[in-house]
Write a protein that binds this ligand. Structure first.
Ligand code: UGA
Length: 451
């Protein structure tokens, strides 16, 4: 199939490259010439594991980038719209969706063959049909369902694992205004045998995406609320949630007898809070949507409130031993909102570091990948180190904010330090007896050791 992908951000570029890998001819469109040039040279403008090699393999063969939207739409059968939906703190801003819909509509005016326009960006329920369709119809002078098709195909990609998630999805949601639009989307995903395909309307597709992220965020805030209770009553949340997680409804057992998630508390791991460009934004957008349609989302509001308070718990644990932070040397380990990415958006490390700096702590930091982004955010207020050793040197307290594998070495490094620092584990990734002065989220000072 000939496909155009409008917007070469994270979702657009990963989708484009993976669809090419599946054998489609893909044209990427972006207004940013520098990005277009980079893509055509086989260099990914974003950091994502495995993307560079897949792009390099397909560029010039099945992937091409251009700034010429008109050519891209005229030369393809289907367009995926993957433009940004920036967040103003409360609602998503649809300005780019509107601009691109109008431009695509004007091109459809001169196109004689049937074309399907598919929303790929995350948008609140109703947006595709209530915002995009009227603009497309007005600009093209054509009728949806008769002259062109419209679909909604949400993505479920995790940063850092996006390529795997795209190529091996749990399900593919195909929303459309009519059967012909859904059929066109089904043809696009023909190369995914055995994957559950959900054929539905566009509003349900939009709702699936928001509900999905909201449920995962709810699981995290639930675990954090239980963790906060555990810390008060002398229970370790890791042990408590481990027992909860082994319920087959939460971690199914395969026919082979193996558990699907045998070793990790998937989305049930308490910690210093969720971040990133999706969970906080999507949950808040769904809350705003519920309010707008007269259906208050009380549970989701609590999910956000719990998450916003969670970074402060890290500081509370430091202040138990250093009530006055002025002059205290604190090492913040991990700036990215999770491992495997350089993305620091909404990372719990940001408010924690801000408060440490404002209270006079001497802050050093280390992140294996997100250093550049974090330096841009904090400037000289924080001393960034090239390595873990440099960041923790002479520290009174060490805060583990991101579950980077590299931090597993911490106990060994702490053992070699002249004065044992307080280690506050915001991801509960270290054994609690692995360092002399250990404190963790969801753990009381006197919590009994696992037996
Ligand atoms: C999330 C979803 O997992 C994807 O399915 C979705 O497509 C994507 O948002 C999106 O809407 O584009 P992502 O933002 O990459 O993906 O991040 P996750 O890996 O889901 O982690 C989110 C946050 O939750 C991280 O800060 C992580 O540290 C935190 N987390 C995760 C916990 O605190 N506890 C857990 O048990 C799991």
């Amino acid at each position: 199939m000939n496909v155009s992908v409008v917007g070469t951000g994270y979702v657009g570029l990963v989708s484009a490259v993976c669809l090419a890998e599946k054998g489609h001819q893909v044209i990427c469109v972006d207004v940013d010439e520098a990005k277009v040039d980079q893509i055509n040279q086989g260099i990914s403008p974003i950091y994502e594991d495995g993307l560079d090699s897949l792009l390099e393999k397909n560029v010039g063969v099945r992937v091409l980038a251009t700034t010429d939207l008109r050519r891209a739409v005229l030369d393809s059968d289907l367009s995926l719209i993957a433009v940004g939906t920036p967040f103003d703190g409360n609602e998503i801003d649809l300005k780019y969706v509107r601009i691109v819909s109008e431009q695509v509509g004007l091109i459809l005016k001169e196109k004689s063959s049937y074309h399907v326009v598919v929303m790929k960006s995350t948008v609140v329920p109703g947006t595709t049909e209530e915002v995009m369709v009227p603009i497309l119809e007005k600009a093209s002078g054509k009728l949806v369902g008769r002259d062109f098709g419209v679909g909604m195909n949400p993505e479920f990609l995790r940063e850092g694992e996006a390529i795997q998630d795209f190529l091996y999805p749990d399900r593919i949601v195909l929303g459309g205004v009519d059967k012909r639009s859904v059929d066109a989307l089904a043809a696009l995903y023909e190369g995914f045998p055995g994957v559950d395909l959900i054929r539905t309307n566009t509003k349900t597709a939009e709702m699936i995406k928001y509900s999905s992220n909201s449920l995962l965020a709810t699981l995290i805030s639930f675990s954090n609320e239980i963790g906060n209770l555990c810390a008060k009553v002398g229970v370790d949340v890791v042990d408590a949630m481990h027992g909860v997680h082994l319920d087959r409804r939460l971690s199914p057992i395969l026919a082979t007898g193996e558990r699907v998630y045998p070793s990790s508390l998937t989305y049930l791991a308490a910690g210093c809070g969720f971040g990133g460009s999706c969970f906080p934004k999507d949950v808040k957008a769904l809350i705003a949507y519920g309010k707008q349609v007269g259906s208050p989302m009380e549970l989701l509001q609590a999910v956000i409130d719990i998450n916003s308070a969670q970074p402060q718990r890290m500081l509370d644990l430091v202040k138990e031993q250093y009530p006055n932070l002025d002059g205290v040397k604190v090492a913040v380990l991990g700036m990215a909102f999770k491992p495997g990415t350089d993305d620091i958006r909404e990372s719990p490390s940001l408010p924690v570091t801000d408060i440490l700096v404002s209270e006079g702590a001497l802050v050093s930091a280390f992140d294996p990948i997100a250093r550049h982004e974090a330096e841009g955010r904090f400037g000289s207020a924080v001393r960034f180190s090239d390595d873990l050793e440099g960041a923790i040197e002479g520290a009174d307290a060490i805060l583990v904010m991101t579950r980077w594998k590299q931090f597993e070495r911490l106990p060994e490094l702490v053992a070699g330090m002249a004065k044992a620092p307080l280690v506050v584990d915001g991801r509960r990734m270290l054994a609690k007896d692995s360092v002399p002065r250990y404190r963790g989220i969801g753990l009381a000072p006197d919590a009994s050791l696992s037996v």
